[in-house]
Design a protein around this ligand. Sequence first.
Ligand code: GLC
Ligand code: MG
Length: 506
Amino acid sequence: MGTKEFGSNACLYSFPSLPQTIFLLYLSPSGGGNQTKNLSFSPFSLANPYTRNPIFKPRTTSLTLSRRRRIANLISGPLSWKMDRLDGPARLMIVSDLDHTMVDHHDPENTSLLRFNALWESLYRHDSLLVFSTGRSPTLYKQLRSEKPMLTPDITITSVGTEITYGDSMVPDEGWVNVLNQKWDRNVVLEETAKLPQLKFQSETEQRPHKVSFYVEKGHAQDVISSLSDRFEKRGLDVKIIYSGGIDLDILPQGAGKGQALAYLLKKFKEGGKPPINTLVCGDSGNDAELFSIPDVYGVMVSNAQEELLQWHAEHAKENTKIIHASNRCAAGIIEAIGHFGLGPNTSPRDSSDILVSKLDNFNPSHEVVKFYITYERWRRAEAEKSDLLIQSLKHICHLTGIAVHPSGVEHSLHECIDTFGPHYGDKQGKQFRVWLDRVFTSQIGSTSWLVKFDKWELTDDGRHCSLTTILLNSEPGNPGAFSLLHVHQTWLEGFAARCQNDWIF
Ligand code: GLC
Ligand code: MG
């Protein structure tokens, strides 16, 4: 068994017989007489993120509730998302459309999406909520996620506000299903739409329990919509017809749609005593219009918004100063809106060049870790200056006795890893190479010690790879920029191991 102390009250255990598992032992500083009472053993089963049976049941009697919850979140949090993931109300809840809003299909480099990701993971993930609200079905949503470097949202609303799910495992909100089942008869929709030859069925994946979708050419849209409205009225069916992107026609229950789904969520948060402090909705097309009519939310129509949304805005929301039409496209427009409305910091770590210098007043481990991996990406893309100084400063933040466990299981000292990394300067120049972190969760486990857990992704010409990563680091009291990495532990996410393991450095 290997042990390593870090901080004044935490100790790390690793067992050669359980190579993928590390254990963390806490000693409460305020423990009183019997120290053993205050021990807690927390297993971090890194091999399989779905392991839910701790070998030792954590005994966290002396930890504060919020710290206990943070640690619990760190262990299982991203897997079992609950409405109370956060201790308090969300500082910011972003509700964003995906196609042509969060995701710019005209930018193969995904520049603004990666900028947003770095901003979110370093400065918002810990106390804010990310909600994706898309017209896509879960099938096409998952396809988009496999194509683009997207974060894992806390809540996913798919099929134009007809399906609400939580967490990475996308647990459905049954309450919402029940709401939508009222006053909805899918068969009547199918019967009436079959009578109009201008309607072309979309693919089978996009036909959902509470959504029937067609293509209609722009020129026919108005006529088709009014004819359908009459027909449904005659049949006594109250439905919502939404035209988006100058081609898509969706028919939903009247109580459905992106706006209603958001209203339902906000009500739920309010009932739980945690309405978000600020909510920002983001969109580009017709099915997003409803988002902007929810009371009290801020809204951004990205610069590339569709005519139908701009027209809706001109007719219905022109006077609302909480809505802007951004000057930037897609995710860059979202970042712009965060700044415009003063909803929080909006400088992405990707926006600065002297990235290792810390400019924050308080030590923020997520921010440091995000910056560390941006530096790593830039070094390999030859976008950072090739200087020994940079290698020295990387070494400086790695503790002399620090260890990195490579996802292959091989262990190296952190300093050895930096030595290996140096000669990789520019090895990805002119190639596809992007690095981003997802689901960054941080917990302070001692007065100066921190645990940061995240998914580290690399997109290369060889495909995309991911390791579940845990980093232990120590901060220096009174010096927000100073810290040292003590331990890096990585394990492949199933199905995403790199074929060439040497290409993955840390
Ligand atoms: C997405 C969906 C499609 C829908 C459109 C507009 O493209 O896949 O079914 O019609 O959004 O809401
Ligand atoms: Mg869109």
